[in-house]
Design a protein around this ligand. Sequence first.
Ligand SMILES: [Zn+2]
Length: 424
Amino acid sequence: MAKATTTIKQVLHYQDAHAAWFAANQVLFNQVAAFYYEVIQAHERVLYLSNTDALTALEKLTHTTQKNPTPVMPLEDILEDIPAMFRRAAINAALGSARSFYSHLQKWRKRKKKAEAKSKKFHERPPVAPRSWNKSATLYAGLWKERTGSSIVMKVWTGSCWSWIKVRITGRELPAGLEMGSPQLIRRGNQWWLHTPVEKRFKSPGKIEKQVTTNAQTKMCAVDLNINEHLAVCTIQTVEGSILATTFIGGGRRIAGFRKKQLGRIARNRRKTGIIAEGEQDNVALWSKIHNVDEQVAHLVSARIVQFAKQHEATVLVFEHLGNLKPTKGKYSHRGNSKRAYWMKGRIFKYCKYKAYNEGMLTSRVNPSNTSRECARCHSLVARYDTGKPCLGYTYGAPLVSCPQCGMKGNADRNASLVIGQRL
Ligand SMILES: [Zn+2]
């Protein structure tokens, strides 16, 4: 079985006073986590135990009960009556940090030993244990109840007592039928959110190599990413070569136009202000505007690619390797624009990969050399030309191709996407 985790982020709506409670709750959570981190440091051997056994051991060291009236390091010193589930969430947070720190430390010691054995100088600094704690509180079962699509009741530390409060939630609903993890109370700026991890389990998709070598009917979705109007051209084909469907995902001109405008503004602002202070970001608002729109487009395009592949029951997504960014000549806005278009291709690939995986599809990349110069039918070199021009030579970026060998004529990007699929 394979599993995919997504986080559902929902906005909380609460009275002003409750924001202070959430903050107090988080402060206490971090106090308790920091306390357990110290307990672990004093008893490093608990790190050799499994999480469940480590939890039991740490509770024995800290938790006062009738059977265990005098623990070595009592948690009561911080606060009495901490709910068991609050304590356990904090213990697990501390364990996670401790395991990560000690494994880094071990690796560092190994590298140091190795260097010393070869009598080389070793300048690398050792990893540093966390000095301040700023984790978000996780709400284990028992700390929340009565969760619906629009509200949740949770138990929080108000700063003076434990209190159950009902909070309204809005935003994306929890998908039905998935396994829900423990929600976290997250602060972003002045707003408190509820983040809930959900886990989907599905039959693990077989290795790509196995899929394409053992089943000629395996459907692949081959994707050609571009920086012209067609940001992505996708073709569904079977391993034995039947072409089943093609889609063109547009919007490239609009995003390029938008970027050009913003980059032009930045360039004008820079001319006005003259020198830019080193290490200081200028035009912050304009840059973040560009970034946000790029991000949004990358998410939209990747979602549409995966949706198209899913609709046609493809089980493999194929892209070409991006290669290096080729520097372009021209005005600042033009150079900046092509750089960002190149980055966006990378982001579309990255988002496609995880979105496809969530749908049980695997993603692969193939060698990009000459994918747009090769004929998808007979693999000779094609002529690439503009509409209304003679079909000769190779005009970079032109929309049409024609093959002098087999007579194939068609859209250049679609031809490239077919070649990408065939390479796999
Ligand atoms: Zn041909």
